[in-house]
Design a protein around this ligand. Sequence first.
Ligand code: GDP
Ligand code: MG
Length: 442
Amino acid sequence: LSERLGGVFDRLTKQGALSEDDVKTALREVRVALLEADVSLPVAREFIKAVQGKATGAAVTKSVTPGQQVVKIVHDELVHFLAGSNETPGELKVDSPPAPILMVGLQGSGKTTTTAKLARRLTERNGKRVLMASLDVNRPAAMEQLAILGTQVGVDTLPIIKGQTPVDIARRAKQQATLGGYDVYMLDTAGRLSIDDQLMAEVEAVRDVTTPRETLLVVDGLTGQDAVHTAENFDARIGISGVVLTRMDGDGRGGAALSMRYVTGQPIKFVGLGEKMDALEEFHPERIAGRILGMGDIVSLVEKAQETLEIEQAERMMKRFQKGQFNMNDLRSQLEQMLKMGGMEGVMGMMPGMGKMKNQVADAGFDDSVLRRQIALINSMTKKERAAPQILQASRKKRIAKGAGLEVSELNKLLKMHRQMSDMMKKMGKKGLLKQAMAGMF
Ligand code: GDP
Ligand code: MG
C-alpha cells in the first residue's frame, strides 16, 4: 500500500520534467541577465552550457512554470559555484608567523584601502599583530597614503625609506615582521593602468623573496569584460589564492565575481562596500548570486512553492500516521532524516512529549551507528515485510538479521521501537498532538 502511495506522492509533486526546449528558452533570458550584470561573454557562455545539461530533465515543482524552475536551478548553480567547496568565507591563512599577505591588482582597484581594511579586521577580530608595508614606489604619495590609513586603524606601517626597490622594501618588511614579533605582514604593491610586463616582473620578484601565505587579487567590482583578462594574467604569472571585490556599494551587479571565480578557480574572499575602513565584509555567495541574476522574485516564488509542497506532503503523511499506517518505510525515512538532522538526540529534543524518550535513548547509548544499523535492518526486509512488519516471524527475522549482518535481538529492539512509535502516533493523533509535534519538525 505504502509503495503505491509513495508513487502517488511522486506524481503529485512533479508535473513532468524540463524539456530541452523549456530549458533553452529560459536560458536565453538568463544569458541576457548575466551579460547585463557584466559577466564576461565567454564565462556567461560556459556557465549557461553547464546549466543546460543539468537542468534538462529536472523535475518541475507543482504550480511553477518550466521557465521559473530553470531560473531557480540557475540561481542554485550560481550560488553553489560561487561558494565553492570547503571554503569558509572571510578566512585567511595566517598561521606560521610572520605570515606574508601579498596584495595585487590594477591601479585604483582599491589595493591600499583593502590592505588597511584587512589589517584592521585581522587585528580586531583575530587579535593578530599586523605590519603593513607599501611597495608602491611609483605614485608619489602612495606610501604616505598607507601610513595615514595605518594610523587611522591603529596598525603599524613599515618606516618609509625613499629610493628602495619593491624587493628591498619587501625584504625589510619581512625582517621587521620577524624581529618585531608580528603575526602577519601585508605587502601593498603598486598597480598599473593595465597589465604590463614590468608590473608582473616586479610582483613576481616580491613573491619570490617572501613566499606569501595569501596572494589576494583586488578587483573593482564594476569592471566588466576586462575582469577575465586581469584575473587570467595575474593568476598565470603570480598565482593568486583569493579575490577581493571592491566597490560593491555601487550599483554594479557584480558579474566580475562569476568571471573571476570561473577563470581562476580561486574563491572570492571579501567584498568592499565603501571607502571607510569598516566597509569590508566576507563574501556572501547568496547575495551576489541574487544580484548577478537579478531575478530574486522568481527564485523566492519557486522556493515558496517547494515549501508549500513539503508541508502538503508532511500533512498527508501525518494523516496516515494517525490511522496507524506507520510502516517500516516510514520508519526508515524518519531514521534517515534523523541522521541528517544531527542524530537521535537532536531530533528528540525538537519533538514535544519526547523528553522522556530522549533520556531513555541517551541511557541506551543510542548514537548514529545505531541509526545506521537500524536502517540496514530495514533495508534487509522485503517490500512486503516493510509494508506490513506484523508478518515477521522467527524464520523471516533470522533471514533479515543475517542479511544485515546483525543479531535477531537487535531486530527485535527495532520492531519494539516501531510498535511503540506507531502506538504513540495513534494516541497523539487522537489528541491532536501529532500535528503539533510534526509542525515542529517541518
Ligand atoms: P589602489 O590604487 O589599488 O591602491 O586603490 P586605492 O586603495 O588607493 O583606492 C582607490 C579609490 O577607491 C580610493 O578613493 C578609495 O577610497 C576607493 N575605494 C576603495 N575601495 C572601495 C570600495 O569598496 N567602495 C568604494 N566606494 N570606494 C572604494
Ligand atoms: Mg595603492
